[in-house]
Design a protein around this ligand. Structure first.
Ligand SMILES: N[C@@H](CCC(=O)N[C@@H](CS)C(=O)NCC(=O)O)C(=O)O
Length: 196
């Protein structure tokens, strides 16, 4: 049995969505970041974490890829060129989407007030939009890697949703429609319905 630690409105959602895509059951502990509960599983206080039996795994992307590998779905097999392309796409999204949104969050509410530099946010928004345009141009099939849904799709859509919540500029029509379709997936909706 898997247990996901982290609120739905955190990166824990990515792990829950992956579990739903794989058709696996799981328990959910909606711990807030830096809470006592979160610290029990990750000394940094970051969420998500996921319990798999006695193992406690951390980092949303590491956990999504672990689940995909373990269950042999939503991923190209390790050690193939297709997997290297998929990983490149994943790491690019971490650099250019997740890290940019996270930097904006740090300067909005994560850092102590006296360490925030709100002026940086305009530059981050412009950077995000440039990356979103690149992603849109790369999207040439139903999914980022072609015909099959893979881990980068979940990460990209989660980041696009996050960008809307963070008041970032809207991505172009093509990407926006794609994200909308992805949000219609039963697995996405099932994860969302596990309200905190
Ligand atoms: N790379 C990590 C980032 C995790 C992370 O920063 N999570 C946020 C919530 S979405 C958090 O716990 N923040 C609290 C903190 O950084 O102290 C992942 O993808 O899991």
């Amino acid at each position: 049995m898997y247990t996901v630690i982290g609120a739905v409105k955190s990166r824990a959602f990515r792990v829950m969505w992956m579990l739903e895509e794989l058709g696996l059951s799981y328990e959910h502990s909606p711990a807030a970041p830096r809470s006592e509960e979160a610290m029990k599983y990750n000394p940094t206080g970051k969420v998500p974490a996921m319990k798999d039996g006695d193992d406690v795994l951390t980092d949303s992307v590491a956990i999504m890829q672990y689940l995909a590998d373990k269950h042999g779905q939503l991923t190209a097999p390790a050690g193939t060129p297709a997997r290297a392309h998929q990983d490149a796409s994943l790491f690019w999204l971490i650099d250019e989407f997740d890290a940019v949104l996270w930097a904006a969050a740090k300067h909005s509410f994560v850092f102590p007030k006296d360490q925030r530099v709100p002026e940086i946010k305009d530059s981050l928004k412009a950077e995000f939009l440039r990356s979103a345009d690149l992603l849109s141009a790369r999207l040439n099939g139903p999914f980022l890697m072609g015909d099959q849904i893979t881990v980068p799709d979940l990460l990209a859509v989660h980041c696009i949703n996050w960008s809307i919540g963070a008041g970032f500029p809207r991505v172009d029509n093509k990407l926006n429609l794609w994200a909308k379709e992805m949000r219609e997936r039963p697995a996405f909706k099932a994860a969302q319905s596990r309200a905190d």
